[in-house]
Design a protein around this ligand. Structure first.
Ligand code: NAD
Ligand code: DAU
Length: 359
């Protein structure tokens, strides 16, 4: 049995679905169901005895301790977080609470539980902390990619909250011997991503006839990894990662945002063509830049490739096509998650709901 947190969110839910498709081992899934958590994603598991969903907060140490003592998991994988940079700029409070204070409570509950285990249980127990490449700050065009020893220089409230959590995790290993491993991954994309993030937002807006908002000059670079490749990397880290280590995870797919947006438009022009000679690229609109926008992220993933034998299966081209196809085939999921509070977010972030002459 493993306990995961944030398993109703984008990466966590993909992890749960992949895990249960490949393993007999049950999962306890603790999630607070914020706007980003969606039980709709876990619907295929409604009758699955190996999946136990628990509605709750990682800040609730009593609840976490109860779950640990009751189910005696061999590992905790911490996906739970506030994850959207733009939201962290509008309101950092929840990021401090969940990402920092929540990780602290989880570590303390884990430490108390771990210390009661017999020696072999203590040796094999793992606390896997899922973090981000944003903790390393921003690169210039010619800088080498982030490696595990790159200094932390977080720039946004989100990145600073994740960096703080990473430091706590490291300290709990160094001081108390808790067997932790931290992963720092680049931008994920794929099925079930909430359409506030670039790729699903652009697909959703394109299909709704709305503007495709590109921040600033659109030349910011991100390294993109298909979500199932990230999940596979976390499984590798859980099974064969070295305690106390950190692993950078990335797809070696550096792309400027404007290239990504053009890539989506090209696939949509083919799969869901507009009338006449029109292209979805006509909906692209350059908008006000994100404050403090990091220019470039790039991941050197050679440590996890070399030491744990992990490699991504998907290229950006195949992964992006799969993702666009998934959103085309799963309009209901998108419909359900974009009701209500989603509209309020779009109005706050983009002024008014973006619309173009195509609508
Ligand atoms: P997400 O926002 O889609 O999902 C987060 C999940 O955590 C949601 O289900 C939410 O309900 C839950 N949650 C939030 N606060 C909680 C709390 N206090 N207690 C319990 N559950 C809570 O995020 P994601 O994109 O799936 O990211 C998952 C993890 O991976 C995060 O830690 C994020 O920092 C990290 N990460 C994300 C990316 C990416 O590109 N999305 C890349 C690298 C690392
Ligand atoms: O690098 C890993 C990180 O990737 C994760 O830790 C975060 O949880 C995840 O949200 C993601 O952060 P980004 O800020 O890079 O992702 P986002 O999809 O918000 O933006 C990707 C790029 O696209 C970024 O340069 C900002 C830009 N952008 C984003 C949106 C939402 C736009 O140009 N227009 C938009 O409307």
């Amino acid at each position: 049995m493993i306990l995961i947190t944030g398993g109703a969110g984008f990466i966590g839910a993909n992890f749960v679905l992949e895990w249960l498709a490949r393993n007999d081992e049950p999962i306890i899934n603790l999630d607070k169901l914020t706007y980003a958590g969606n039980l709709e994603t876990l619907k295929p598991l409604e009758r699955e005895a190996r999946h136990r969903f628990v509605f709750g907060d990682i800040c609730d140490r009593k609840l976490v301790s109860m779950l640990l003592n009751k189910y005696q998991p061999r590992a905790i994988i911490n996906f739970a977080a506030e994850s959207h940079v733009d939201r962290s700029i509008h309101g950092p409070d929840d990021f401090i609470q969940t990402n920092i204070v929540g990780t602290f409570h989880l570590l303390e509950a884990a430490r108390a539980y771990w210390s009661t285990l017999p020696e072999d249980g203590r040796d094999s127990f793992r606390f896997i902390h899922v973090s981000t490449d944003e903790v390393f700050g921003s690169l210039d065009a010619k800088d080498p990619a982030f490696c595990e020893t790159t200094a932390y220089l977080p720039n946004s409230p989100y990145a600073a909250s994740k960096a703080s959590a990473d430091h706590l995790v490291r300290a709990w290993s160094h001081t108390y011997g808790l067997p932790v491993i931290t992963t720092n991954c680049s931008n994920n994309y794929g099925p079930y991503q909430f359409p506030e993030k670039l790729i699903p937002l652009v697909i959703f807006n394109a299909l709704s006839g709305k503007a495709l908002p590109v921040y600033g000059d659109g030349r910011q670079v991100r390294d993109w990894l298909y979500v199932k490749d990230h999940c596979a990397a976390i499984c590798k880290v859980l099974e064969t990662g070295h305690v106390g280590e950190t692993y950078n995870i990335g797809g070696r797919n550096e792309k400027a945002n404007i290239e990504v947006v053009h890539g989506i438009c090209t696939i949509l022009d083919e799969l869901r063509p507009l009338s006449g000679t029109r292209s979805y690229t006509e909906q692209i609109e350059f908008v006000k830049d994100r404050p403090g926008h990091d220019r470039r992220y790039a991941i050197d993933a050679s440590k996890i490739e070399r030491e744990l034998g992990w490699m991504p299966a998907e290229t950006f081209e195949t992964g992006l096509r799969r993702t666009v196809q998934w959103y085309l085939e799963n309009g209901n999921w998108v419909q359900n998650v974009t009701a209500g509070t989603y509209r309020a977010w779009v109005d706050k972030q983009y002024g008014t709901t973006p619309s173009t002459s195509a609508s």
